[in-house]
Design a protein around this ligand. Structure first.
Ligand code: SAH
Ligand code: SF4
Length: 345
């Protein structure tokens, strides 16, 4: 598919053709990675961040949120919970921090977790020097998520401050460094941003293919009142449209890259209670139930109205599983669910 064709499909509003697209993506998924959905327990380790992304609720300059960092013991407890529940993997996500104390803490946690449980570990801790990526890989992490946010440099620069800490070039190099270190590399974008059109999204899909990514996590942009981008909220598509565009992006990516892992992201669930399930029906095959303890979860609000805030780990994960069971979707308990694309490379 060309950029023009992808743009046309993204702009098309026919419900019949959209339903056919989702069905085709599901069929392709079933024939390549299979119907199984893999679970990764998500731990939001800290909302302290050195960056000031214009869209994000935990950006450095948002002084209206309290800041926290989970103790290692709490992370270990969450990892133990994930292992006991038969989740094959854990995702450790957080604000971008480059202080040595934090880097060491992650390294030690990785070693400890791998010593105790056979979990696959994904990190999502922003841009780091190549040596740090290597250190964490050697300590046991084997997948990394770093969204490009938008593959169009111009748009990237509209949603980030323009300075050396928020450089598009650095982000691209970080993705390349992750690959060099041996990670399964995941990236993604936000969908429905101010200043973004369907052609940008089509370019994002082609970017994923040209980067030969192993995993993808994308979701709707959700406005946050304590951020600068909130001023442009009148420029964004309706909630329905943002969800539909997000689902179409999942489906199109499944057609373009049949054997990668694609996440049904939490942000989709904010726009519709069954948003993640709909993403699975449109070609996604990975779910990340949130394991962050309820006391701090409210403070990790990268966007507002996050579902599950106030729910405890066991509850939120069991409601996810309950819904999948009802849909008769098989769950890959106890399996890492690595990217098939990566294993073939
Ligand atoms: N600090 C790390 C990981 C945490 S943020 C990083 O930036 O990579 C994880 C993702 O949350 C970001 O990549 C971004 O795509 C998403 N995000 C942030 N603010 C958002 C918003 N307002 N709406 C939707 N997604 C958002
Ligand atoms: Fe920090 Fe990530 Fe939010 Fe940017 S998107 S402000 S790097 S947590």
């Amino acid at each position: 598919m060309t950029g023009k064709e992808l743009t046309e499909i993204l702009e098309d509003s026919s419900p019949e053709r959209t339903a056919a697209l989702f069905a085709e993506a599901y069929r392709v998924k079933k024939g390549t990675v299979g119907e199984c959905v893999y679970l990764r327990g998500l731990v939001e380790i800290s909302n302290i961040c050195r960056k000031n992304c214009l869209y994000c609720g935990i950006r450095r300059d948002n002084s209206s949120t309290g800041r926290y960092e989970l103790d290692s013991a709490v992370v270990m407890e969450a990892a133990g919970f994930a292992a006991a529940e038969g989740y094959g993997s854990l995702v450790i996500q957080g604000g971008e921090r480059t202080d040595r104390k934090f880097i060491d803490k992650i390294t030690e946690l990785l070693v400890e977790i791998k010593r105790k449980w056979p979990l696959g570990i994904t990190l999502s801790l922003g841009e780091q020097p190549e040596e740090v990526y290597r250190e964490w890989f050697e300590a046991g992490a084997h997948r990394y998520l770093l969204r490009i946010e938008s593959s169009t440099r111009e748009l990237y620069e509209k949603i980030h401050p323009v300075d050396s800490v928020h450089s598009f070039g650095t982000r691209l190099r970080a993705l390349e460094n992750l690959r060099k270190c041996g990670y399964q590399v995941g990236t993604g974008v936000m969908i429905g941003l101010p200043f973004q059109n369907a052609a940008h999204l089509a370019d994002d899909l082609l970017f994923f293919r040209s980067m030969d990514i192993d995993m993808c996590g994308m979701g709707p942009y959700l406005e946050h009142s304590e951020t600068p981008l909130y001023a442009y909220r009148n420029l964004i598509p309706s909630k329905e449209r943002r969800l539909e565009l997000s689902l179409k992006m999942v489906a199109l990516l499944r057609l373009l890259m049949p054997d990668i892992n694609i996440a049904a992201t939490t942000a989709m669930q904010v726009l519709a209670p069954d948003g993640r399930e709909r993403a699975i029906m449109a070609g996604a095959n990975v779910l990340m139930p949130n394991l962050t303890l309820s006391e701090v979860r409210e403070e990790y609000q990268i966007y507002q109205n996050k579902p599950g805030v106030g729910e405890d780990a066991a509850l939120s994960s069991s409601s996810t599983e309950e819904r999948l069971r009802k849909m008769k979707i098989p769950i890959g308990y106890g399996r890492w669910g690595d990217s098939l694309h990566f294993s073939k490379r």
